[in-house]
Design a protein. Structure first.
Lengths: 268, 268
């Protein structure tokens, strides 16, 4: 009784970003962080501060977002899981709660992040996919787009794909893989998947914006090369819109998991 | 000039039913018919009344809804198409406008209607599919469900699947086919597809509600047989919720199409 035992709790979260101003808390409107911190603070009886793996922007979705917080509460993981899911609105789901090694840090320890960007490529709009894809009516040359993907791989200075007007320490990032595929079972849907050590804000959407211009035949592979080498945001096309983007996966080195709820392996 | 020429205009419509009280106009809130009749009336300068192939209920979606109306307007199809799509909200799309044979009737002439019902079958909720599928956390026995499908085929009295409290002339309907499949490319998603000459209100959702009980192991194939033969709505389980249902296709006998916009073949 009364033993002081600080627990490090890791949350796995999926959300539909349509109605949120992104992950990070801010005064202008609802955010995922804001909603979850309010509920956790209420539930655990002390101010909870979440650290997160990927701060998604307004309108961006997540299937596997990872966040963690410290608590002195003894509440069982099952209670935290059930209470959170009972209180959030249906566009958010906390699909696993874990107690992990005290040293685990959701942001700092990330090995690999995977994002998917969905493009609905058909002359006619489809209202049933509008919230989770970007509609491009012009026929895209998928092979031309694919030919550019090798230019993205490796440790490079991706300054051309940073968010306009942002000031960051370094624009060097490492991209491990990039692919473009038709989604089987979903008519006219393309999925661009990219994995890397980390991404700058707007980086994936800026890359997709550029690839779409290639697909439309407005730019060639040599333009993509030139734009990357210029390291100048101003020469690249505007970003693709947020609703096509999904944070799909966050990978970490093996860590000690003390307990988890639910126990079974989950794959969304 | 001034020639009186009544045109019969056929519309192909897709919509996300989430924010509508179904197709049919009603005073309580927005409906697809209400929205489209208001816009067409404004556009064509006379009261427009739409007849429709399938009156979908509150929250039900459509990829291929078909409606028609008569007009004296000479407005080109391209103008009607572009004006309608510019005025509707993004959850509705009119994807083809045709001038057809004067005798065509969208409701009366239907040969075959195809509906799909999506079930997300996984212990964990997925916020990204919640608006277009029904979440069933219990593991479903798909083979047991499939074994019941032959019982649905043919011309039968489907009184057990009518909407409670409705009074209709006959509860005999003809079902041509029914299938249940895992959706390739969409994890944990099942699609129940059913085609028939026509359906009663709630019929597809009542069938799905029954099949889910079979999948959960609460009912067997002999119970399904008994429930169908009872012709009694009260012995069947409640309907599955509306958001999983999509009106996928309406088929007609070949008819004379005088003109269409756009001209190319469309497959959503």
């Amino acid at each position: 009784m009364g033993e002081v035992n600080i627990r490090n709790i890791r949350l796995f979260i999926a959300y539909d970003g349509t109605n949120y101003l992104g992950w990070q808390i801010q005064p202008k409107g609802p955010t995922i962080q804001g909603v979850l911190e309010t509920l956790l603070t209420k539930l655990l009886g002390h101010k909870v501060r979440l650290k997160v793996a990927g701060r998604t922007d307004t309108g961006v979705h997540a299937l596997c977002q990872v966040a963690h917080f410290l608590t002195l509460s003894h509440k069982p993981l099952e209670v935290i899981f059930k209470a959170l899911n009972a209180m959030v609105s249906p566009d958010i789901c906390i699909w696993k709660v874990e107690e992990v090694d005290f040293k685990f840090h959701s942001q700092r320890d990330t090995l690999k992040k995977t994002y998917v960007y969905y493009v609905y490529n058909y002359p006619v709009r489809n209202p049933l996919v509008r919230l989770y894809s970007h509609w491009v009516p012009e026929k895209l040359d998928i092979n031309a787009m694919k030919a550019c993907l090798p230019l993205l791989i490796g440790e490079k200075d991706f300054a051309s794909f940073r968010k306009s007007g942002t000031d960051i320490k370094t624009t060097v990032r490492t991209i491990y893989s990039a692919s473009l595929k038709r989604v089987t079972g979903m008519k006219h849907m393309l999925a661009f998947e990219i994995a890397g050590k980390g991404f700058m804000r707007y980086m994936v959407r800026n890359i997709v914006g550029l690839l779409i211009e290639v697909g439309k035949g407005k730019l060639g592979i040599e333009d993509v090369q030139r734009i990357i080498e210029s390291k100048d945001r101003k020469v690249a096309p505007p970003p693709a819109p947020p609703q096509g983007l999904v944070l799909k996966k966050i990978e970490y080195p093996p860590i000690k998991v003390i307990d988890s709820y639910p126990k079974f392996k989950i794959e969304l």
